[in-house]
Design a protein around this ligand. Structure first.
Ligand SMILES: [Zn+2]
Ligand SMILES: [Zn+2]
Length: 333
C-alpha cells in the first residue's frame, strides 16, 4: 500500500509498505479521508518525541475492509470514524477516567501507524460506525471530539456569552459547539476576513478583527473567553475580557516553551477559572451526535481534498496559516 512516512525530522516520503493485517480484536480500515492537523506538522518537525519512522494522520475515517478474530459488532463495508487514542485501561490515569493521559499512551498517527496511508489497523473499540455522513465529514469526528472534551471541561452555563479568539478550522468547530451547548452569543475574533465571514455564517453573533473594540458587546465582560490560536499574547489578554466568575479556556497549542504573565490577584479577586483541555477523552460519540444530527456543519470548513502525494503541500499550509486560503485540508489516499 502507499503510505506517507516521516523517516526523520523534516523528511517525509511516499513509500510502498506491506498492507497491515487485522489481528485479534482489530479491524483494518480502507482510509477514505484523513484530516491534516497542527500535530502532524509538529511530528514532521520532530517534536513530541516522535518514534520514527512514522505514518502520521490521526483524524481518520474510512470503510472497514477486514475484521480480525474476536471482534463483535463491526462488519466489512461499514463506514467508521476512528478514535486515535489507545489507552491501556489499567494504569492510574486510565482508572481515573483520563484515557488521554494514559501512562502507556499510544495513538494512531502519533506513536503508531496512522491515516496517511491506504490502510490502517485499529483496535475494534476505537472504530465508531457512522450513519449518514460522507467519509470527509466523518474525518471531523476526531477534532470535534477534542472540542467536545473542551466543552465538557468548560461546562458552559445556559444563556452565557462567549468571546472566541481564532476562527480557523478548530475555532469554527468550537464556535458551533459552544452554540449547541448553552451559549447564546459568541463573538469571534480573527485577522482573516474570509474566516470572519465564515464564523458569521456558522452562527457567530459578531466577527471582529483583532483590536476592534468588544467592550460595548459585553459591558460587564464575557462569561467565557476561549482561544483556539496557540498564541501566547492572546492567552495573556484573555482575563481582561472576562466577566466576574468568568471561565478562560485554553484550547490552542502554544509553543511548549512559551510563558505568559497573568495576575494571580485578578484571577483570585474576580473568581476566574483557568481551564485547559487536552486531546479527547471518550468524546468521539458526542462529536458524531453533533455531526449526524446536522447541528454542527463541517463541509464549509473543508478547503482542500488532496491525494497522499500532496501531504507536503498540506503541511506547508499548516506552517503558514492563511496560505492558499486553507482551512481544513483532507488527504484522501
Ligand atoms: Zn488533530
Ligand atoms: Zn493507561
Amino acid at each position: 500500500m502507499r503510505a506517507a512516512v516521516i523517516t526523520q525530522p523534516k523528511t517525509l516520503q511516499l513509500e510502498n509498505l506491506e498492507a497491515p493485517q487485522a489481528g485479534f480484536g482489530q479491524v483494518r480500515v480502507r482510509v477514505g479521508a484523513t484530516g491534516v492537523c497542527g500535530t502532524d506538522l509538529h511530528l514532521y518537525e520532530g517534536h513530541f518525541h516522535a518514534r520514527l519512522p512514522l505514518v502520521p494522520g490521526h483524524e481518520i475515517a474510512g470503510v472497514v475492509d477486514q475484521v480480525g478474530p474476536g471482534v463483535a459488532g463491526l462488519a466489512e463495508g461499514q463506514v467508521v470514524a476512528l478514535d486515535p487514542v489507545i489507552a491501556c485501561g489499567q494504569c492510574w490515569a486510565c482508572r481515573r477516567g483520563q484515557r488521554q493521559h494514559c501512562l502507556h499512551f499510544e495513538a494512531l498517527g502519533v506513536t503508531r501507524a496512522g491515516g496517511f496511508a491506504e490502510y490502517v489497523v485499529a483496535p475494534a473499540q476505537n472504530a465508531y460506525p457512522v450513519r449518514g455522513l460522507s467519509v470527509a465529514e466523518a474525518a471531523f469526528a476526531e477534532p470535534l471530539g477534542c472540542v467536545a472534551w473542551g466543552i465538557q471541561r468548560l461546562r458552559p452555563e445556559p444563556g452565557s456569552q462567549a468571546l472566541l479568539f481564532g476562527a480557523g478550522p478548530i475555532g469554527l468547530l468550537l464556535l458551533q459547539a459552544l452554540l449547541v451547548s448553552g451559549v447564546t452569543r459568541v463573538v469571534a475574533v480573527d485577522p482573516v476576513p474570509e474566516r470572519r465571514e465564515l464564523a458569521k455564517r456558522l452562527g457567530a453573533w459578531q466577527a471582529l478583527a483583532p483590536g476592534e473594540p468588544v467592550r460595548d458587546l459585553a459591558p460587564h465582560g464575557f462569561d467565557i473567553v476561549a482561544e483556539a490560536t496557540g498564541v501566547p499574547a492572546v492567552v495573556e489578554s484573555m482575563p481582561a475580557y472576562a466577566a466576574v466568575g468568568g471561565k478562560l479556556l485554553i484550547f490552542g497549542v502554544a509553543p511548549e516553551a512559551a510563558r505568559v504573565q497573568l495576575s494571580p490577584y485578578d484571577i483570585f479577586q474576580r473568581d476566574l477559572s483557568l481551564i485547559g483541555s487536552f486531546s479527547l477523552n471518550g468524546t468521539l460519540p458526542v462529536a458524531l451526535q453533533w455531526l449526524e444530527s446536522g447541528r454542527i456543519q463541517v463541509k464549509p470548513l473543508i478547503s482542500h481534498h488532496l491525494p497522499l502525494e500532496a501531504l507536503h503541500q498540506a503541511l506547508a499550509y499548516k506552517e503558514h496559516p492563511g496560505m492558499g486560503q486553507a482551512l481544513k485540508v483532507l488527504i484522501e489516499p
